[in-house]
Design a protein around this ligand. Structure first.
Ligand code: CUA
Length: 193
């Protein structure tokens, strides 16, 4: 039996020490990353809570149809004095008002919606436009539809026996067509009259 030369033993020991130090550095780096992610999850979880996106904006369900932003004559798509496009809509058991929403292609569109009764929600076709509509809160999001076309907009929160029949349409039209019609400041929709 011949034992290893003393220099080989020393080399092995040094290599092990270097490997251990590297291992410790990586463990520390990974630990910091995990700690950061956990802090991020806690902060965003507490910050956003289980509320609609614009949880700070409330509206009185009892007077919704009588006065304010969501009266019937104000629903639909409008261009503000700042040139921004806003869609206002109301969900109720079991329909959306308006039934057909018209929006321009290639322009940011802000949706503002609420519900008069149960919790509703909608998703627009295969786009990422998706929100809940909670009574007493105004849900808001802004999106841009790139291509003209027509999308289905079903309610995606179970809201009662008529839930599956609750849907509207979103018609995306070329921006020039939309602007030509919207110039007079009227509320636009594509509901047949
Ligand atoms: Cu409204 Cu489901």
């Amino acid at each position: 039996m011949s034992s290893p030369a003393p220099s080989t033993l020393a080399n092995g020991g040094r290599a092990q020490a270097i490997a251990l130090a590297a291992e410790r550095r990586w463990a520390l780096a990974v630990g910091i990353v995990i700690a950061l992610l956990v802090v991020m999850m806690i902060v965003t979880g507490l910050h956003w809570a289980a509320m609609p996106p614009s949880r700070v904006e409330t509206v009185d369900v009892k007077t919704l149809h009588l006065a304010g932003e969501f009266v019937e004559g104000n629903l639909g798509t409008a261009i503000g004095s700042d040139g921004k496009v806003t869609v206002r809509l109301v969900a109720q058991q079991y329909s959306f008002e308006p039934q057909c929403v018209v929006v321009p292609a290639g322009m940011p569109v802000t949706f503002r919606g609420t519900s008069t009764d149960a919790i509703h929600g909608f998703v627009i076709g295969t786009t990422n436009a998706n929100t809940m509509l909670v009574p007493g809160f105004v849900a808001t999001f802004t999106t841009t539809f790139q291509q003209p076309g027509e999308h289905l907009m079903p309610c995606h929160e179970y809201c009662g026996t008529g839930h599956e029949a609750m849907w509207a349409r979103v018609r995306v039209v070329p921006a020039a067509d939309f602007l030509a019609k919207a110039r007079n400041g009227e509320r636009q929709s594509c509901v047949p009259r």
